[in-house]
Design a binder for this molecule. Structure first.
Ligand SMILES: C[S@@+](CC[C@H](N)C(=O)[O-])C[C@H]1O[C@@H](n2cnc3c(N)ncnc32)[C@H](O)[C@@H]1O
Length: 263
């Protein structure tokens, strides 16, 4: 943690916040389900990522920070191992798994054909070190795919949330890529010189406020004192409903993607 780092960035690596978010998969599943139900891009993001991982039968694949294993159904032909810092996240993962830190992978050098690391590095205190660890365990000729969001993602929602936070005097900023985003290609290329950036454009389309409130409640907002949280969500509901009344839909552009790094 660096002095002067924005609060949203500090929260992303705060152990207490990580326990709240990831002790089990309940909150993450709310967001995964929101993406599944309310995204306008008909192409599945999971399939888009897996196409870039380009696994062939029998490949040794490591999923770093696997969470509940959202990519695993598409990797059934691989010899897959999942690691995550949270034992609770791994509870229902049906492939060989280990509780481990992305900054200290418990594997020998060059022991994997492919490494996947999806939406994890924002939470890792020493991102370059985790990148070096991934580089270390990929064999020559192998590939790492590192998935993250753009700092530009979900702006209409985050702008609304940040305005509400100011109104209520809450020193919390909304952002999902404050520490690591698609813009950080230079950080990745320090370790994987050939890394390229592939971008996946999408948008949420909300015709009612309820799924927006569920999504937001699964973030730091769920930790606010009950009366502040109620005020926050009430204000958010009114703003979202006003957009829907005016425009028919609350559309929230999303930009995410991955670094594809051949070794
Ligand atoms: C947003 S979830 C992503 C889960 C999964 N990769 C996906 O895309 O659905 C972030 C995951 O990273 C894990 N995580 C956070 N810090 C980690 C670390 N230092 N090492 C390994 N996993 C970590 C969390 O426990 C959580 O399961």
């Amino acid at each position: 943690m660096r002095i002067g780092e924005p609060r949203a960035a500090r929260r992303l690596t705060d152990p207490a916040y990580l326990r709240y978010q990831y002790a089990d998969d309940e909150r993450l599943r709310v967001r995964i389900e929101t993406h599944r139900r309310y995204s306008e891009n008909p192409a599945s993001f999971t399939d888009w990522v897996l196409a870039r991982l380009a696994v062939t039968a029998g490949d040794r694949v490591l999923d770093v920070g696997s969470g509940p294993g959202g990519y695993h159904a598409g990797l059934s032909r691989a010899r897959l191992i999942a690691i995550d810092l949270s034992a609770g996240m791994l509870a229902n993962v049906g492939v060989p798994r280990a509780q481990a830190d992305a900054q200290a992978l418990p594997f020998r050098d060059a022991s994997f054909d492919r490494v996947l690391c999806a939406h994890v590095l924002v939470h890792v205190p020493d991102i370059p070190h985790a990148l070096h660890e991934m580089r270390r365990v990929v064999r020559r000729g192998g590939r790492a795919v590192i998935v993250t969001n753009s700092r530009a993602t979900m702006r209409p929602l985050f702008d609304m949330q940040n305005a509400i936070a100011v109104e209520l005097g809450i020193a919390e900023e909304s952002s999902v890529a404050a520490r690591f985003g698609l813009e950080d290609v230079d950080v990745v290329r320090e370790v994987f010189p050939t890394a390229r950036v592939d971008v996946y454009e999408d948008a949420f389309r909300f015709a009612a406020a309820e799924p927006v409130l569920a999504y937001v409640s699964s973030t730091f907002v769920g930790l606010l004192p009950a009366d502040t949280r109620a005020a926050y969500l009430g204000r958010l509901a009114r703003r979202v409903e006003a957009v829907i009344a005016r425009e028919g839909v609350f559309r929230v552009p999303k930009r995410s993607g991955c670094f594809v790094a051949d070794v």
